[in-house]
Design a protein around this ligand. Structure first.
Ligand code: MYA
Length: 514
């Protein structure tokens, strides 16, 4: 499948403007044009493979014709080209330009050779709780720190409002995540959550919430070491306060708050390149309501195709195929936790979940009828009443910006899954492939029943075994995984150097992020 689709969840857009004067830009543009002239057809094709956003910009026809792609490249502005050119990924800067990140305990670009040899894994900076300041750093005049109580519906709504208007958009500002209040509670209040780790910045006079960052606890396994860590998410600054270096202040504050609880390592993800990803996965999208996705400019109409053909291509069966497949119930928690734990053991990067966490993350809480459903989990129960498989997805809508016809796209995100088929002593890849295809295909039936428009998945876990067969197409978004204060060797993200699905070497990432 070659058609590129825009990411609903391409986390992070470039917030850094190109620096330097016009003359310098002209000189650089000339140099670049010369460099493009020197590229072979194969190199142009490779360049576009590595930069789906850039290929998208050039239009699908240039994709097949390297000569016209090279011409189109020259017509693009310097900044557009630079956005996609850096060899280590979109928006990568020189290490010196990361003024904040250069001061943090994270691996740097260029150190450890960056290439073949492996490094000793472990913490970068060792500290004790006694060394950590008990009070936050001061904010700009007119702003103050505020701990947000998500149990208070008014404060929950304030966070929702900030994120709804100012959180992650795609590169062309066509879609913005629209996390519902239910998903915010689900994502930020798992077992062990702490109110102090929901940190906001308010304008002192108006009391308006203008900045936010959150962390949750996670037992994170990196290869054979389990880290008592946190997972940082929902960093957001009001659009009017951007580029004022407030993000580093929020990041340092959440670091302090984690450190005070004896947590010195963290995991976080983003669509932008920072020093230095431990893994990079690619987004894939499976159209369900193709017509709507086309109407909102999410899915293109490929050349030589027709809307009718596209709609038929993405048709979903009415019924599931696996016998014994049913919705997960409370009584399944123990079996699902056991199966998931054994399944996640094969990945280099994964969370360790206890039973309470499995209940929180996977079981839809039917008691609370007022809360909309966030997560859907289906188990397969065999004739001996054993749970042999499960699959789950969660709902995350995106607002469609400035479209007359539709205001929202309802996306299902593939979450965790596991199957006994992948756990037999001599793992039979073909059997695993066929079982995963059946599970994902059946989950698609439920996605359709619940009126999702699109099913999104990353190239992580064993997804390479079913993405193409289940008609997931590559998106232009990437998700970079980062570890804070922990040096680790790279972990496969499921795509090769040319950003294509690497079925031969599946991903080592077994950790999903919301
Ligand atoms: S990822 C989602 C991030 N949120 C969005 O994309 C929402 C829309 N954008 C915004 O709200 C703003 O643009 C943000 C930046 C807030 C992103 N992760 O204040 P600035 C660095 C890390 O002038 P602004 C998520 O939530 C940037 O490289 N750093 O910029 C996970 C530069 O530093 P340097 C980022 O645009 C978050 C500096 O900030 C990100 O006004 C994980 C510029 O600051 C980013 N996504 O605001 C956070 N974007 O000079 C790290 C920009 O060095 C957690 N920057 O290049 C680390 C672990 C902490 C806990 C540790 C416990 C032990």
């Amino acid at each position: 499948m070659s058609e590129d689709q825009k990411p609903i969840k391409g986390k992070g857009k470039d917030t850094e403007k190109e620096k330097g004067g016009e003359k310098e830009k002209d000189r650089a543009a000339k140099k670049l044009h010369k460099a493009i002239d020197g590229l072979s057809k194969e190199q142009v094709t490779q360049l576009l493979d590595l930069n789906p956003a850039l290929a998208n910009e050039l239009g699908s026809r240039s994709n097949d014709d390297p000569d016209s792609a090279a011409d189109a490249l020259k017509r693009l502005g310097l900044q557009d080209i630079m956005t996609g050119l850096a060899s280590s990924g979109k928006n990568a800067k020189d290490m010196g330009a990361y003024k904040f990140w250069a001061t943090q305990p994270v691996p740097k670009f260029g150190e450890d050779g960056d290439l073949a040899q492996s490094v000793e894994e472990g913490p970068i900076r060792i500290q004790t709780v006694d060394e950590i300041p008990k009070t936050p750093a001061p904010l700009l005049d007119g702003f103050e720190w505020s701990t947000i109580d998500l149990l208070d519906d008014n404060q929950l709504k304030e966070v929702w409002e900030l994120l709804n208007g100012h959180y992650v958009e795609d590169d062309e500002a066509m879609f913005r995540f629209n996390y519902s209040t239910s998903i915010l509670k689900w994502a930020m209040m798992p077992p062990g959550w702490r109110k102090e780790w929901h940190r906001g910045v308010r304008a002192s006079q108006s009391r308006k919430l203008v900045g936010f960052i959150a962390a949750i606890p996670v037992e994170l396994r990196v290869r054979d070491k389990v880290l008592h860590a946190s997972e940082v998410n929902f960093l957001c600054i009001h659009k009017k306060l951007r580029s004022k270096r407030l993000a580093p202040v929020l990041i340092k504050e959440i670091t302090r708050l984690c450190n005070l609880e004896g947590v010195f390592q963290a995991i976080y993800t983003g669509g932008i390149v920072l020093p230095k990803p431990v893994s990079t996965c690619r987004y894939y999208h499976r159209a369900i309501n193709w017509q709507k996705l086309y109407d909102v400019n999410f899915s293109p109409l490929p050349p030589n195709s027709t809307p009718r053909f596209q709609i038929r291509k993405y048709a979903v069966p009415d019924r599931t195929s696996i016998s014994g497949l049913r919705e997960m119930q409370k009584k399944d928690i123990g079996a699902v936790q056991d199966l998931l734990t054994r399944y996640l053991a094969k990945y280099d990067l994964a969370a360790e979940f206890d039973k309470q966490e499995v209940e929180h993350w996977l079981l839809h809480n039917k008691k609370n009828a007022l809360e909309e459903q966030v997560v859907w989990t289906y188990v397969v129960e065999d004739e001996h009443r054993n749970i042999t498989d499960f699959i789950s997805f969660y709902c995350l809508e995106s607002s469609v910006i400035g479209n007359n016809k539709h205001s929202n796209v309802k996306a299902a995100y593939l979450f965790y899954y596991a199957t006994e088929t992948g756990l037999t002593t001599s793992v039979d890849k073909e059997a695993l492939k066929s079982r995963l295809n059946a599970l994902v295909s059946d989950s698609l039936v439920f996605c359709k029943q619940y009126q999702f428009d699109v099913y999104n998945a990353l190239s992580l876990m064993d997804n390479g075994l079913f993405l193409e067969e289940q008609k997931f197409g590559p998106g232009d978004g990437q998700l970079h995984y980062y570890l804070f204060n922990y040096r680790a060797n790279p972990i496969a993200g499921g795509v090769d150097k040319r950003n294509r699905l690497d079925v031969g070497a599946l991903s080592g990432v077994g950790k999903t992020q919301i």
